[in-house]
Write a protein that binds this ligand. Structure first.
Ligand code: SAM
Length: 262
């Protein structure tokens, strides 16, 4: 008998309708699939029914990895490791279609790591179909001038096209989480603003959104040493709040920041 481990964010999907929705979002047949946190394999078996070319799973829990090996070992490759420690660019030569009912406690960390690790235009995935806590999904898909807009949406929208598929209620899982969830489809953006080092975008947005109710003036001066040329060039009113600047402006600001640093 498997006892769900809270520390590993184990809420297993038990709603067949939701599983059916997930496996019909993109084509699986003949694709190379990666599933993050397959758990007891509830989603895994339905992905396999669609006849992928290959299926790889990453599961941190030793007990669950053993169970998967016993039940599905001949059909899937099991990596019994921490997804945060794996270099995703080395998993497969071809692009992967990724599924994951992600452990909520590390879902943003996983997504940010994946985005920061995209090498130029070489995306290691072609689709990400991911379940997030609804509140986190709202932050990922939010637009500027809204309360959820911030670091996560700016980073995600830089390299990804994002679409919300549906919300999922707690009764679709066992054990039931306390919060609602949402499924997102995220796909590579082929045209994006050139930033030399994505860590600079992270640094800028962290500084600007540190105090989201305060004016842009202070964090701007901190980052640009009081030099107003960039703000003038990008026509930024420094009396506005961080959520009032659109995506492109944050990317351009990062580009200017990188130019000044050489
Ligand atoms: N996919 C299964 C399902 O839908 O029924 C389980 C989803 S459950 C929300 C999250 C899964 O991720 C668990 O199986 C858990 O053990 C695994 N997990 C947690 N942290 C992980 C990590 N750092 N690396 C890989 N797997 C992890």
């Amino acid at each position: 008998m498997i006892k769900a481990k809270k520390s590993l964010g184990q809420n297993f999907l038990v709603d067949q309708k939701i599983i059916d929705t997930i496996v019909n979002i993109v084509k699986i047949k003949d694709e190379s699939i990666l599933e993050i946190g397959p758990g007891t394999g509830n989603l895994t078996v339905d992905i396999l029914k669609k006849k992928p070319k290959k299926m790889i799973v990453i599961e941190k829990d030793n007990q669950l990895a053993q169970l998967l090996n016993k039940n599905l070992g001949t059909k899937i490759k099991i990596i019994n490791d921490d997804v945060l420690k794996i270099d995703e660019n080395k998993i497969e030569n071809s692009s992967l279609t990724v599924f994951g009912n992600l452990p909520y406690n590390i879902s943003t960390e996983i997504l940010c790591k994946w985005i920061l690790n995209i090498k130029n235009n070489n995306y290691w995935f072609n689709h990400l179909i991911l379940m997030f806590q609804k509140e986190v999904a709202n932050r990922i898909i939010s637009d500027f001038n809204t309360k959820d807009y911030g670091r996560l949406s700016i980073l995600a929208n830089w390299r990804l096209n994002i679409k919300k598929i549906c919300d999922v209620k707690p009764h679709s899982f066992f054990p039931r989480p306390k919060v609602d969830s949402s499924i997102l489809l995220l796909e590579p953006k082929l045209e994006f603003f050139p930033i030399k080092n994505a860590k600079n975008l992270e640094k800028l947005t962290r500084t600007f959104f540190m105090h989201r109710r305060k004016m842009l003036k202070k964090p701007y001066n901190q980052l640009f040493n009081g030099n107003l040329k960039v703000a003038d060039k990008l026509k930024i009113n420094l009396n506005m709040r961080p959520q009032n600047l659109d995506f492109e402006t944050y990317y351009k600001l990062t580009g200017e920041y990188e130019n000044l640093r050489g």
